[in-house]
Design a binder for this molecule. Structure first.
Ligand code: BG6
Ligand code: MG
Length: 217
């Protein structure tokens, strides 16, 4: 039996995935490494340092900077991102998310979060949904980036629920891989093209229904 639902944040609860994209894109242009949305799919769910590394590899510039310079570049991206999320509020919750969280609560399941972002708590608080989560695990305390399962395993542990009794919800291919590697049931939100490995998939958050997810197992 399923006892918990563990959420990714960016691109699932709110559309901050778009802000991460815009912030990386701006940094990419500053570095003369332009990229499109298709390449951006490979950055989704991936940590700040790993994302920078992927962009530098794309531009053939992975050896052009010292570790210290790379840190400064990652900070620059985060400055762009923090500017973009400055005004987010509960208006920025994706459609149907509150109804879905309420349904999970009413069913008596625990609710967790497994985010790769160091900005996760700030965003969750700005959205006004902190109280829904029994626990939040973010990048501050996790060593390995998705697709590694660490963040999902840590989230299950924090909830006191065995991984095989957890459902993970993700918008990124790396996230679906991480959920499976953790031994959980993977729910994808987004297009089939990127999320074909999910156990169950919806096109958008307003279609998320715990009843239907449980019935799909
Ligand atoms: C993930 C996003 O949630 O967090 C990635 O999907 C992002 O796009 C990663 O790079 C790290 O976020 P932050 O806020 O720590 O730079
Ligand atoms: Mg995401």
């Amino acid at each position: 039996t399923i006892e918990a639902v563990i959420f990714d944040l960016d691109g699932v609860i709110t559309d901050t995935a778009e802000y991460h994209y815009l912030a990386w894109k701006q940094l990419g242009e500053e570095l003369d490494i332009p990229f499109d949305r298709e390449f951006n799919e490979t950055l989704k769910g991936v940590s700040r340092t790993d994302s920078l590394e992927r962009i530098l590899i794309l531009g053939g510039k992975q050896d052009a900077f010292t570790a210290q310079e790379k840190e400064a570049l990652a900070t620059k991206k985060n400055d762009h991102y923090v500017t973009l999320i400055q005004h987010i509020s509960e208006q920025d919750l994706l459609p149907g998310i509150i109804a879905f969280l309420d349904e999970i609560r009413a069913t008596g399941l625990k609710i967790g979060m497994a985010s790769a972002s160091k900005n996760a708590l700030t965003v969750v608080e700005a959205l006004g949904v902190r109280h829904y989560f029994d626990d939040i695990v973010d990048a501050a305390t996790v060593a390995q980036s998705k697709p590694h399962p660490e963040v999902f395993l840590r989230a299950a542990e924090a909830l006191g629920v065995a991984p095989e009794r957890c459902i993970g919800v993700e918008d990124a291919a790396a996230g679906i891989t991480a959920i499976h590697a953790a031994g959980m049931y993977a729910v994808g939100v987004g297009p089939e093209t990127t999320l074909h490995e999910a156990d169950y998939r919806v096109d958008s958050t307003d279609l998320l229904s715990l009843e239907q997810i449980l019935a799909s197992r």
